[in-house]
Design a protein around this ligand. Structure first.
Ligand code: NAP
Length: 275
């Protein structure tokens, strides 16, 4: 029996990767029960969190985790593919953790070098600041030279774009291997500009990914639980900061968020629940 066998027949389409009836949380199910103690939902969309996954990590996994797993699946990532993750934030840090756990070398890219230490701790082996894509950085113990030329050096096969704004593709395309797949995850209203020949000549693909399927929610939970059991919690569970679910706790969480200092997801915990 698979994890999805117990889903009501009339909702079987919800399990499909290509379900035509799927719609995102911004367009359906608008009463999300936030800050309530309990919520009644259709059982087909309630997931049992595997025991090895602590509740405090399950929240971020059910959003950032499922979204990133879906994107890696959409790009058909295989062990050994070099995965690039643009943006070391809530989504991006899970992208580094998951790709690494899938057996992929990871190049992380962020606006500045501020997140470089975090990216290496998460498992990236190469780091670029978007301010200087000619200079790759490597972990301190790495024997590669930090002054090695960047372009063509990384040869990224799959590029997850997880920033709040899509950076210039002009500057990112030279980092890609031939026939690379770039996955747009950013939600923005601005139009996208794609340089034509640098995209077409190497045979690149550009896809988008949002709204993880039910199947991939289950697959993600199984993947993470298995990694926790076999390798431990480090380098698979999202990094979280914990706040009390109270007016004071919310104020502190928003302060961290607005300062851009949250690493990398804030989790509100009911005072009496002691997650
Ligand atoms: N496709 C999906 O399924 C899905 C699911 C959830 C969220 N999203 C979208 O994914 C994006 C990231 O979400 P998140 O929760 O990871 O956000 P987040 O935790 O705030 O991280 C944002 C990242 O974007 C970078 N960034 C912010 N402004 C930028 C700019 N102007 N240029 C380049 N980089 C910039 C930040 O860099 P710094 O460290 O320098 O601040 C950080 O690395 C959002 O657009 C969100 O709506 C998509």
């Amino acid at each position: 029996m698979t994890a999805t066998d117990n889903i009501a027949p009339k909702l079987l389409c919800a399990c499909s990767i290509d379900c035509v009836l799927a719609s995102g949380f911004a367009y359906s199910d608008l009463d999300q029960g936030a800050f309530a103690n309990y919520r009644i939902i259709n059982h087909a969309f309630a997931y049992r969190i595997p025991d090895p996954i602590p509740s405090i990590h399950a929240g971020p996994l059910m959003c950032a985790g499922a979204s990133v797993f879906e994107a890696l699946d959409a790009a058909n990532v295989r062990p050994g593919n070099r995965v690039g993750v643009v943006g070391v934030g809530g989504l991006g840090h899970v992208g580094i953790l998951f790709a690494r756990a899938m057996g992929c070398p990871v190049t992380a890219l962020n606006r500045t070098t501020k997140r470089m230490g975090d990216a290496f701790a998460l498992g990236a082996d190469t780091y670029f600041s978007l301010e200087d894509l000619n200079t790759p950085h490597y972990p301190p113990t790495d024997t590669r030279s930090n002054s090695a030329p960047g372009h063509g050096n990384a040869g990224i096969d799959v590029l997850l774009i997880t920033t709040n704004v899509v950076p210039s593709l002009d500057s990112l395309l030279p980092l890609l291997a031939r026939r690379a797949t770039s996955v747009l995850m950013t939600i923005q209203t601005e139009a996208l500009s794609v340089p034509y020949m640098p995209f077409v000549l190497p045979g690149h693909k550009l896809i988008a990914s949002t709204e993880a399927s039910v199947t991939n929610h289950y697959r993600m939970l199984e993947f993470v639980a298995q990694k926790v059991v076999t390798t431990g919690v480090v380098n698979i569970l999202p990094w979280v900061e914990q706040f009390e679910m109270s007016v004071d706790g919310l104020a502190k969480a928003f302060e961290r968020l607005e300062e851009g200092e949250m690493r990398f997801r804030g989790v509100l915990v009911m005072p009496e629940s002691g997650i």
